[in-house]
Structure formats: C-alpha cells, structure tokens
Ligand binder design. Structure first.
Ligand SMILES: Nc1ncnc2c1ncn2[C@@H]1O[C@H](COP(=O)(O)OP(=O)(O)O)[C@@H](O)[C@H]1O
Ligand SMILES: [Mg+2]
Length: 241
C-alpha cells in the first residue's frame, strides 16, 4: 500500500538560500509522524511545501501515490489534506461557529451539524464560546479552533505545525491529548513540535532535522530515550529544542 505521504530528495529555496537540502521522509497511512529540530531547521518549509505554499526546487512529494509538487494549494483540502499552520491563523472576525462552517464548507448540511457536534465534544471550550469572535479567544482556544476547523472535514492527512507554541501548560496537555486520541482514528498526522520530548513520546516514527537535512530518524519512543537526542536536542529541560 502507498504511504499517505512519501517525500523524496525535497529541495526548497528562498531566493538564493537553500532551506531544505534533500529531505526524504515517509508518513504511513493512519500513523503519527513527528518532525523535530531547532528553529530554522526547515520544518515549516517542509509543511508548506506539502500544502503547495512553497514550490519545490527538486524532489517529489507523493500523497497516496499522487505527485503533489506543482499543485495549487487551493486543491489540497479537496484531497483531504488539512494544514494547521504555525501561529494558527484563525479568522479573527468570524465567530467560533462561523469558523467551523468555513472548515466544513464542503460537508452537506446534516453532516456539518454532526461533525460540528463531534468537534464540540472534543473541544468543550469551543462549545461554550461558539458565538464569540475568534479574535477574542485565548491563545489556547484559538489553537483548539484551528485544530477543530481542520478536523471537522475529517481529513486524511493532518499537518500540525507547532500546535503547543506559546500555550499555558494545562492547554498544552489538552492539545497533546487530542493528538494522542487521533492515533486511535484513521487520520494520518505529520506533527512539527518544539516540545520535542512529548512529540516523540506519542509519535509512531520521528525525524530530526538540522539546517535543512534529516540527521536522525527512528521510532518515536526510541528517540525519546536516545542519548543523541536527549543531550544534543533536549538539553536538561527535555522540552526545548
Ligand atoms: N519566506 C521566507 N523567506 C526567506 N527565508 C525563509 C522564509 N521562510 C523560511 N525561511 C528560512 O528558511 C529556513 C527554514 O525556516 P523554517 O522552515 O521556518 O524552519 P523551522 O520551521 O524549522 O523553524 C530558515 O533559515 C528561515 O530563515
Ligand atoms: Mg517552523
């Protein structure tokens, strides 16, 4: 069976600067794979290339066997790819409910209601805030909204870029719990996280990026205990790359 995502020798550049220097990685269908590495390593660039927001200079990105490079980002949602970008990018002037409607605009009306209720069950705070403007939500609630907006359409592939960034510890726990629960579903997840140890602990497989290249890969739990990771990447705190 084709993996959900198969990236081979991906090269990405901004002007004359090569940010991603021949990255290859696989995300098997239904699995959770994480990509960790220091700031500037190229993680977001890889995510943006999958969504068609950055043009590949070389290499291929196959999604269930179909080549994605050169495709327009507007077509990604219809293919079942949902991207929760770094910084969340919620629609500040839409209410929670309206934002979910945007995320689920392809769904038939009855199914939308069903999926919205499922999102409210996963994120009870969003239910309490359903009529509030997104711009007035806390950072944690905005992250939950961004995730709910992506999940409402039942994507086949979910790209999560730094979902725990800047959130209070109890909200980080909630966000990680949602990601952990996704492992019980068919959804395939590619997760980029600064909170490397926690990401590694819940990932089936993980890749470590350094200045545009993958330098270490392995099973998530194994890497979480790998001295190369704990000393070089996790420092004493175990949570800051
Ligand atoms: N839009 C851009 N224009 C120019 N350089 C960029 C742009 N986006 C990212 N870069 C550069 O590409 C490299 C990788 O960045 P990024 O993919 O954001 O890394 P990460 O997500 O791992 O922090 C960095 O050196 C960054 O400065
Ligand atoms: Mg980034």
């Amino acid at each position: 069976m084709n993996p959900a995502l198969q990236i081979r020798d991906l090269v990405l550049a901004y002007g004359g600067i090569t940010a991603v220097k021949g990255v290859s990685l696989d995300v098997p269908a239904g699995k959770t794979v994480c990509l960790v590495g220091a700031n500037g390593a190229g993680k977001t660039s890889v995510m943006r290339a999958i969504s068609g927001l950055v043009k590949a200079k070389a290499g291929s990105i196959r999604y269930f066997g179909d080549e994605l490079t050169g495709r327009h980002p507007a077509g990604m949602a219809a293919r079942g790819i949902a991207h929760v970008p770094e910084g969340r990018e919620t629609f500040q002037r839409l209410s929670v409910e309206e934002s979910l409607r945007m995320g689920g605009f392809r769904l038939p009306r009855a199914e939308f209601g069903h999926r919205r209720d499922a999102m409210f069950e996963t994120f009870p705070r969003l239910k309490e805030r359903r009529t509030q403007l997104s711009g007035l939500l806390s950072g944690g609630e905005q992250q939950m909204l961004a995730m709910a907006r992506a999940l409402i359409s039942n994507p086949k592939l979910l790209l999560l870029d730094e979902p725990s960034m800047g959130l209070a510890p109890n909200i980080v726990d909630e966000v990680f719990q949602v990601i952990a629960d996704l492992r019980q579903t068919d959804t395939t997840v590619l997760l980029v996280e600064q909170n490397a140890l926690r990401a590694l602990e819940l990932a089936d497989y993980a890749y470590v990026m350094e200045t545009g290249s993958i330098v270490i890969e392995g099973e998530g739990r194994q890497l979480a205990n790998d001295p190369r990771i704990t000393t070089a990447y996790l420092g004493g705190e175990g949570d800051c790359l």
